[in-house]
Write a protein that binds this ligand. Sequence first.
Ligand code: ADP
Ligand code: MG
Length: 247
Amino acid sequence: MENKMDKKIVVNHLVKKFGDNTVLNDLNISISEGEVVCIIGPSGSGKSTFLRCMNHLEEPTSGEIIIDGQDLTDKHTDINLVRQHIGMVFQHFNLFPHLTVLENITLAPLDLKGESKESAGKRGVELLTQVGLAEKKDDYPDSLSGGQKQRVAIARALAMNPDIMLFDEPTSALDPEMVGDVLKVMKDLALQGMTMVIVTHEMGFAKEVADRVIFTDGGKILEDGTPEQVFNNPHNPRTQDFLNKVL
Ligand code: ADP
Ligand code: MG
């Protein structure tokens, strides 16, 4: 199981500073293919920055991030190519308002992969079916609820056939009644074997779906274990403090 070849994501001594603010201070983690990792931690602890480093939306100050054997911090690595295998879903959806739901989904496959309109469209409808929104394909994002927008955003990320999916608080901006539908789509993806890194405050979801839970605070990983271990028997008093506040 610890075979190096299985490692989808390896982070070694990752440091990220903004000016003299050290946001990530020597993070080390490796994630296997098919693993579902939930990251929890207080606001401002660098969770988003960590995710953004993983697809090079932020440039690390030092350290290594190796995706499928390709070092993102190596000047010779084609970042755009690596990024095509990494889907990202944000808190605020970031759909294109002037494009229909289906056009939002097919944009990247058409532009970046040169797929035919027909095959991208067919795949787009399949993905919309997977997230329960096939009937919305010709609608514009503004006519959708937050939960529907987020499911479209997930379908859009999947359209590039990523083998890693990063989620940054995908349900934090949603009305409570919308959260379940989005988590259900994410759970299905996890069951299909997708490698997933999810920043979330949904502790119930983390308990049920995550293989591992990571707690970050002060730029460090303070906890890295199974949900049972992290939620029921954390090593670090700051983890317990945090859990007392959110659970
Ligand atoms: P979290 O997602 O855990 O709430 P963030 O990664 O968003 O934390 O932010 C961690 C810290 O990094 C915060 O102090 C934030 O102000 C700072 N930060 C994040 N992005 C930038 C940026 N682009 N420029 C300067 N500081 C930033
Ligand atoms: Mg954040």
